[in-house]
Design a binder for this molecule. Structure first.
Ligand code: FEO
Length: 388
């Protein structure tokens, strides 16, 4: 029943949507007509038309709310207006939010772990997956046809351009966008995601219906593997080098580091100017690669703002098991290198690799040598892991 949003620039006001995004909602046309999640309220007219194309003037008996974030619950109040007898199905935490966001109280159906709802041919059960990525999140499982309605879990950025199911579409663009979605929106909650995966292993599942992106069927093993890897903070060999630069001097440091790491045998090296590339893409690569090297100029007796923000964003996601190298520059009083070191001690807690490099004004031979040594040290640290 879902809708596509190709107009919004930033999801949650934060995340760029080059390929748009879908808000998925599902309807089970059974003896008791059951709607699962809704869509963002701006799309209500299209949503209602989609529903009526299937059920005409018939009533909807149940609305299951797996997740209360307003991109999915936004149409709840209007659905309730059009279908006043609808019974809302959710857990205790859901209903606190139904009241808080929409002022809706009244008849509802409160489920707990393992509750069952018989809607005719289909039997539904419910698995709580708190903090994936809100406290009330749950998965609804149709145990008759082995379908998991998973909320944001296994969701992806990217609108659905006609096809909905993975067998109907070219899925290539969705994999990176799924990683970017996971790492930025769900990524802080690796532990809860691991618990959810363990729980879902207890069910036979032939289709996963998330609230964003394609419905997964034949690709379920790849989707599960991705979630397992990302939530364990597992990595590939590779280095993300990101830098702030005003006039190109700090960028030259990054180039020297990257060349040395490449010459030492690392193939996967990605480089980002933090002022140019949206941080969500950088964070997705920090989830992918084990090595991270960051550098920036000193600015206002502190760390260059874009780098300060990026490091904060990385720290907020509690990413584990990474190696960190760092560098920076200054014109008359150095602070950037010191600040990055303090960030690592207090927030990131990554394993430091190599000697941090601080450069005054522009690159001299000694600066090149120290940058190359940093790149080489990171490469050697990664290569040492190859046989483990
Ligand atoms: Fe797609 Fe957490 O909302």
């Amino acid at each position: 029943m879902g809708v596509n949003d190709r107009n919004k620039n930033l999801f949650e006001g934060l995340w760029p949507l080059p390929n748009g995004v879908s808000y998925n909602s599902y309807l089970i046309d059974d003896e008791s007509v059951t709607l699962i999640d809704t869509v963002e309220v701006d799309f209500f007219e299209t949503y209602l038309r989609n529903i009526r194309a299937v059920i005409g003037d018939r009533n909807i008996d149940y609305l299951v709310i797996n997740h209360m974030e307003p991109d999915h619950s936004g149409s709840l109040a209007l659905i309730k207006k059009y279908y006043p007898d609808i019974v809302i199905v959710g857990n205790k935490k859901t209903f606190d939010m139904v009241d808080g966001f929409y002022g809706i109280t009244g008849e509802n159906y409160v489920v707990v772990e393992g509750s069952e709802l018989n809607i005719g041919y289909h039997k539904l059960t419910f698995a709580m997956i708190p903090m994936v990525h809100w406290p009330e999140t749950m998965v609804t499982i149709d145990t008759t046809e082995h379908v998991a309605f998973s909320g944001d879990a296994f969701g992806s950025f990217g609108a659905l351009n006609g096809g909905v199911i993975d067998t109907q579409i070219r899925t290539d663009e969705f994999w990176r966008e799924m990683e970017r979605y996971y790492s930025n929106i769900v990524g802080k909650y690796g532990g809860p995601v691991q618990k959810a995966l363990q729980k879902l292993k207890g069910f036979e599942i032939d289709a996963i219906c998330p609230t964003h992106g394609p419905v997964w069927t034949v690709e379920i093993p790849r989707v599960m593997e991705m979630y397992d890897r990302l939530s364990k903070y597992d990595t590939e060999e590779g280095i993300v080098i990101c830098y702030g630069t005003m006039y190109g001097n700090t960028e030259r440091m990054a180039e020297a580091i990257a060349r040395a790491a490449s010459e030492a045998g690392i193939k996967n090296i990605v480089m980002y100017n933090v002022s140019k590339t949206h941080h969500s893409y950088i964070i997705a690569d920090v989830f992918r690669y084990r090595g991270l090297i960051v550098g920036a100029p000193t600015y206002n007796a502190g760390l260059y703002a874009e780098m300060d923000e990026l490091i904060n964003e990385i720290a907020n996601r509690d990413i584990k098991k990474r190696y960190l190298g760092w560098f920076g520059s200054f014109s008359w009083a150095g602070q950037a290198v010191k600040k990055i070191g303090e960030y690592n001690n207090t927030r990131l807690h990554f394993e430091p690799v190599g000697e941090p490099v601080e450069m005054r004004q522009s690159m001299k031979e000694d600066d090149y040598n120290r940058c190359e040594a940093l790149g080489q040290a990171m490469a050697e640290r990664l290569i040492a892991d190859r046989n483990q």
